[in-house]
Design a protein around this ligand. Structure first.
Ligand code: NAP
Length: 320
């Protein structure tokens, strides 16, 4: 399904689910739907002549972020491991305007990361904006997590983000040019993430990197910000993550479980990213912006009974 069609479908779903959620006092509206796909708060051409490198830009939220930069004139480089998905996304994104290059890269490989920057630089020039969106994740109780699973998620999400950012910073410092880094995070960087110990620890590391590098590189003109999506379902979600969202009969009532009474739309993350990297956000750095309809700040007046992660994931008793 094309991006715009999918966004509209999710828009409809969010609104219908909210409206269907009757309460004793009547139907609550929830937060309004955003403008339609294709609109932007920024002037056309804001990113003309700017190269934007998006990791994981071939799928899901990374592709949605890349699309908003493309609509505003950016030349895109999208990078991830799977060539087929990258090529399909390349064609889709190219239809929005600017030039798009898709390049295979495992962000855990520092040598390959450098080659991707070389290729980008040769094709369009040094990327002025880096969006570290690639990450890995799946739910698992900590006691069942293998050392390899831990290492894989932390290596991709934290070390990969660092390697990309380091390469970007070194090249801009050498050239004496300004730049902007956006690291896509997750709200359990602040709260911890039961069932996601590996990813939550890695995202906490990413948030720390944002705060550290914003100070280290501010004097050189490089902004570093974080951007946290809330629940933004999309067709590319892995079976593990989709299964987790649908667990316990949640498939039909995702919207009703958000304070916004709707889920987020991928383009809402894209709009936030294009703002954070824009000239209108030049004094914002070291900040992590959460785009989640306040879901992560929810607290119940009376706490619900505790269920263990094993129970929530439908796992039996722990056997060592
Ligand atoms: P997704 O569809 O699973 O996308 C992950 C992307 O990362 C894929 O394009 C994947 O491409 C790429 N990737 C994974 N490992 C890589 C590696 N070693 N090297 C290079 N690329 C790699 O995830 P998403 O839902 O769009 O999420 C995007 C970001 O938002 C992530 O940082 C995620 O943690 C965050 N987030 C999402 C949600 C949500 O509701 N969707 C909520 C909170 C946070 P290849 O397989 O081709 O490598």
């Amino acid at each position: 399904m094309a991006d715009e069609q999918r966004d509209d479908a999710q828009d409809d779903t969010g609104t219908r689910e909210a409206a269907a959620h009757d309460r004793p006092g009547g139907v609550l509206p929830g937060l309004p739907s955003p403008p339609p796909s294709g609109e932007s708060a920024l002037p056309p051409g804001t990113y003309d002549g700017t190269v934007v490198l998006v990791t994981g830009g071939g799928t899901g939220l990374g592709k949605a972020v890349a699309a908003e930069f493309a609509r505003l004139g950016a030349d895109l480089v999208i990078a991830s491991r799977k060539e087929d998905r990258l090529q399909a996304a390349r064609d889709e994104l190219a239809s929005l305007g600017g030039r798009v290059t898709a390049t295979v890269c495992d962000i855990r490989d520092a040598g390959r990361v450098a080659e991707v920057f070389d290729a980008a630089q040769e094709a369009y020039g040094l990327p002025g904006i880096l969006v570290n969106n690639a990450a890995a994740n799946f739910p698992v109780p900590a006691e069942d997590m293998s050392p390899n699973a831990w290492r894989a998620v932390v290596d991709i999400t934290l070390t990969g983000t660092f390697l990309m950012t380091r390469e970007f910073g070194r090249r801009h410092l050498a050239a004496g040019t300004p730049g902007s880094v956006i690291d896509v995070g997750a709200s359990y960087a602040w709260t911890g993430g039961p069932g996601f110990a590996h990813s939550a620890a890695a995202k906490a590391g990413v948030k720390s990197l944002v705060e550290t590098l914003a100070v280290e590189w501010g004097p050189y003109g490089i902004q570093v910000n974080g951007l946290v999506p809330g629940l933004m379902p999309h067709d590319d979600m892995s079976a593990d993550i989709r299964g987790n969202l649908d667990r316990g009969g949640r498939a039909d009532d995702k919207a009703a479980r958000q304070p916004a009474l709707r889920v987020g739309l991928p383009r809402e993350l894209g709009w936030a990213a294009t703002f954070l990297a824009s000239p209108y956000a030049r004094f914002i750095t070291g900040h992590t912006l959460v785009v989640d309809g306040a879901n992560w700040q929810r607290r119940a007046v009376v706490s619900p009974p505790v269920t263990t992660v094993r129970e929530q994931l439908g796992r039996g008793e722990f056997t060592p």
